[in-house]
Design a protein around this ligand. Sequence first.
Ligand code: GLP
Length: 262
Amino acid sequence: MRVVIQENYQKMCLWAAKYIAGRINAHKGSKPFVLGLPTGSSPLGVYAELIKMNKAGEVTFKNVVTFNMDEYLGLPREHEQSYWHFMWSNFFDHIDIPRENVNILNGMTDDPEAECAAYEDKIASLGGIDLFLGGIGVDGHLAFNEPFTSLTSRTGVRALTTDTIIVNSRFFDYDVSKVPTKALSVGVATVTSAKEVLILINGHNKARALAASVEGGVSQKWTCSALQMHPAAIIACDEPACGELTVDTYKYFLDVEKAERI
Ligand code: GLP
């Protein structure tokens, strides 16, 4: 695992955006570059940087196909808190990606099982995901894979924990009764099956989750810990998120990065 520690959120986002653009630009052949994407506040700065790079001609998304991590079940696309709405207003509407290259789970489906199976099939038909960008929840959830979701899970219906409902209520007027209780989500194994995984972890409130991802044992209690079993996982984090790492761990990753180049 590679842990890239940046001084602050802005620098973390810039680093991640450059990494993603570098991977897209290095991609050769006619097959599209397949990119997994998250919602949440963590990736917002990365999307802003990628938009700037796209407008400056430094990266194009014309040959990129995206798959989003998750979507609330029962929330229509038009709802301003749907992940569909989030992705189009914060990213896709501002870059040159062809509309048909965007894949987001349909939270209004009347057959969630079939919707999820078709999503996995489509990912497989494109040869799998080249790079999965993600964030994590305070409780370490990857996508909507809450604690105790199997680390071998694939795309399916997930129940949100009370913790996550409370945390996410900030987007629903701080009214927990307005937060959907279920979601469609890629599985932990859908994420870890990607050729590369890049997870953003920023802020004091994610310090325990970062420590569990890096220093804890692999456990379904912290689904983010599954990253330890991935051959090419990267965590990009900021200083405030490092608060629960041991000093030795923190220094180790800073030392390693001195010798690394992206
Ligand atoms: C939601 C999403 C996750 C996301 C998490 C963290 O629960 N389902 O995919 O990683 O929130 O969000 P934020 O980046 O806002 O802390």
